[in-house]
Design a protein around this ligand. Sequence first.
Ligand SMILES: [Cu+2]
Length: 205
Amino acid sequence: MLQLTGAAAIAGLAGCTGTGDGAGSEATPTEGEHHDETGREHHDEAGTDENGHDHDDGAPQEPSATATVSMRTEGSGQHYAPHVVWIEPGGTVTWALESGSHDVTAYHPDNDGPLRIPDAADSWNSELLSDEGATFERTFEMEGVYDYFCTPHEAVGMVGTVIVGEPDAHGQPGLEAPDSSLPEGARFGLADLNGTVSEALEDSH
Ligand SMILES: [Cu+2]
């Protein structure tokens, strides 16, 4: 059972972090002592877990004028949903607090992080949002890939990306391999986002 807990924790990290806590609950071993690999997790194919979290992880198809990202705490899970949004240059993203306390902070040296937004773009840092329904809004003029994180939950991988326009994937700091100085959860999350963003940009050409 300890092994199962470990597997669930890793599965949680690979996707939206911290959702592993309920994952093993349906495993009811009935076969006595010698189940070697029987603790295998079963993934539900509908793409929703027991918390009703929609696994909205796919690449967005095309840029839109505006986008909304909800910020949630579900059990031990901390989420931006969706993780990746894609807007046109001059478009606006609104982050809305659904539960928990979260912020929206650019990966930029001004925020003591590695640069993961376009070189010439301005950094930002929302205040911590704690009131349900509170929002933070930002307009993005410059094409590029912008990675951001939640200050209290960066270590558990609460990270997200805004794609603006149709930037050349080469030369985007936000698509580089995550800096080794980052916490492990953030590195996993950013690597995952890199895949989703690259896919979106490739499909659009
Ligand atoms: Cu958070």
